[in-house]
Design a protein around this ligand. Structure first.
Ligand code: MEV
Length: 439
């Protein structure tokens, strides 16, 4: 049984690897080789990556790909995607091509307000707190001028502060519920800095507020933090076309396809088990672009799933209908993204991804990401109600199986050729490969 390690963060990278290897990897020379083979030859680039986080041992690669032919608001784009799952980029590209010849995707940012909260405990008369808040609100806004100066120059800043009484849910619990506009930055640092300043000033001024008794003066600040739930930072993505234009490529009449599609979406609207998988497919597209553009996919995930249950039950993020012979498919999602700050100018691939997108504003990136999610969902549901998901998926998965089996380029060529006309399954690939190797 190993003992807890102290001072681990002070060890250099080689020493950390040595320690890990001797304690948890049975002193395996292979383990060291695996870790080191992902170090970048360019020492500066390696150091850059190491400094993004702590206790770095190596780099963890994900494929960085592109889905071309996305017509968004009349502009043709190639969307960068960082994702390990096979079929996702292929499905996005297919959906892009399909909708590209039917008017393309439309996307609109509905609003861009972000939220942060100071959570505090106050044990006293509510009316007094309300009077104190009326006094303190302009003082708080003024107190962050040095933090907000640059943001205000770019058209952002603190939009408003509300006092929220949450005592019905938790005894003596109140919030300063604050709204922010952070323009092209995701704004986490900006928001958190403002909130911590608000908290400090709020608490200090309460101590001098004459109306408060000594107990009331003793406001307890619990925490000050942005919210990753951003229901007022929402983007809408949509596609539409006459129903009869749905027939091509789908192997059925447009009317039948539309009906099946709408019913499949309806099931995700009313059935939680399906809704989660349906939305997971949407997140395949969203996360891949969010990651490629250096944004915080955990924040985006958390916010979107909360939004999917905003009415009390978890439901589909996308919706579909036919109106006057026109098939419509759309989605509204909250997205807090940045195209400046954070990794955006530091990580060379993130920079490249943003260049590929012609350096979008945060609003434009919201539109692109939402479109990638909608396209992904269209592709998934289209497959599910026509050929089934496995046909395309297993074809893409074929390469993973072949790589697992360390197939040579020649073996790959022969096996891929064989499975052009045969159904892929894990066992059938192994059988074919064994046969080939026996020959
Ligand atoms: C797989 O990653 C995503 C799907 O399961 C999504 C869906 O079922 O809609 C194919």
């Amino acid at each position: 049984m190993s003992q807890p390690v102290t001072g681990f963060s002070k060890l250099n990278k080689e020493e950390k690897i040595e320690w890990l290897n001797s304690h948890y990897l049975q002193n395996s020379p292979d383990a060291i080789k695996v870790l080191k083979q992902y170090w970048n030859e360019d020492a500066k680039l390696q150091q850059l990556h190491e400094e993004f986080t702590e206790n770095t041992l190596s780099n963890f690669y994900l494929p960085f790909g592109v889905a071309p032919n996305f017509l968004i608001n009349g502009k043709l784009m190639a969307i960068p995607m960082a994702i390990e799952e096979s079929s996702v980029i292929a499905a996005a590209s297919k959906a892009a091509k399909f909708w590209g010849s039917r008017g393309g995707f439309k996307a609109t940012v509905i609003n861009t307000k972000k939220i942060g909260q100071v959570h505090f405990i106050y044990t006293g008369e509510k009316e007094k707190l309300k009077r104190f808040y009326d006094y303190i609100k302009p003082v708080l806004l003024d107190s962050v001028r040095d933090i907000t100066q640059n943001m205000e120059k770019r058209g952002g800043g603190v939009l408003d502060i509300e006092l929220r009484d949450k005592t019905a849910a938790l005894e003596n619990y109140y919030q300063l519920h604050c709204y922010f506009e952070t323009k092209d930055s995701m704004g986490a640092n900006f928001i958190n800095s403002c909130l911590e300043k608000f908290a400090h000033v709020f608490q200090a001024e309460a101590e001098n507020w004459k109306e408060f008794t000594s107990e009331e003066k003793d406001i307890e600040i619990l925490m000050s933090i942005l919210s990753n739930y951003v229901p007022e930072c929402v983007v809408r993505a949509e596609v539409s076309c006459p129903v009869e234009q749905l027939s091509e490529e789908n192997g059925m009449k447009g009317e039948e396809f539309a009906q099946k599609f709408i019913r499949a979406v309806r099931i995700a609207e009313i059935e939680k088990y399906r809704a989660v998988t349906h939305n997971k497919g949407i997140m395949n597209g969203i996360d891949a672009v969010v990651l490629a553009t250096g944004n915080d996919f955990r924040a985006v995930e958390a916010g979107i799933h909360a939004y999917a249950s905003k009415n009390g039950t978890y439901t589909s993020l996308t919706h579909a209908a036919v109106e006057d012979g026109i098939f419509k498919f759309w989605m509204e999602i909250p997205l807090a993204l940045g195209t400046v700050g954070g990794l955006t100018s530091l990580h060379p691939l993130v920079k490249l991804a943003l260049d590929m997108l012609q350096n979008p504003s945060a609003r434009e990136l919201m539109e692109i990401v939402a479109v990638a999610g909608l396209a992904q969902n269209f592709g998934a549901v289209q497959s599910l109600i026509t050929t089934g998901i496995q046909q395309g998926h297993m074809k893409m998965h074929l390469m993973n199986i072949l790589n697992q089996q360390q197939a040579t380029p020649e073996e790959k060529r022969i096996i891929v050729d064989y499975f052009r006309k045969n159904t892929v399954s894990h066992s059938s690939v192994i059988t074919q490969l064994e046969k080939l190797r026996q020959q």
